[in-house]
Design a binder for this molecule. Structure first.
Ligand code: ZN
Length: 152
């Protein structure tokens, strides 16, 4: 049996899209939309079956044209809903109310819950770069990623 491929979520500030990259974390990451350099988004690793849903949710978040502050607010709100362990379907409904562009990709969000919500969180965190999240695990991951660059 071949091992499952593992994909890192990466975000490109040139074209404001996130995509899944097959490259190892230590390699330079390339945006699959415009081939500019992209950075790894802290959060879960994804597999072969996640690619399409990730692209669909990214497209809906892209269309919402969130600024860094809005993305941070939504990411914190989603984290809080997840912490409260609400029914994932109810969380999806709440996030669609907050971000109406998500309505058209609802099937990608609800397929295999809570996977879609984890992707939405990754995509919001990717765009919240201007305002550091208060969620400690994401901050720790960001610091580790930044440390890999080496300082001169
Ligand atoms: Zn790009």
């Amino acid at each position: 049996m071949a091992p499952m491929a593992a994909y890192l979520p990466v975000y490109c500030s040139s074209c404001a899209h996130a995509s899944l990259s097959l490259a190892a974390a230590s390699e330079p990451q390339i945006c699959s939309f415009c081939e500019a350099s992209a950075r790894v988004v802290p959060g879960p690793i994804y597999g072969d079956g996640d690619w399409l849903a990730f692209a669909e949710i990214d497209s809906a978040v892209f269309d919402a044209e969130l600024d860094g502050g809005q993305a941070t607010t939504l990411a914190e709100e989603l984290q809080q809903l997840l912490n409260e362990k609400l029914d994932p379907q109810a969380i999806v409904q709440r996030m669609i109310q907050r971000l109406p562009t998500l309505a058209r990709i609802r099937p990608a969000l609800v397929n295999g819950l809570p996977r879609g919500l984890r992707m939405l969180m990754t995509l919001l965190v990717a765009r919240s770069r201007d305002v550091p999240l208060t969620v400690s695990e994401y901050q720790a991951a960001t610091l580790r990623a930044a440390g890999d660059d080496g300082q001169s």
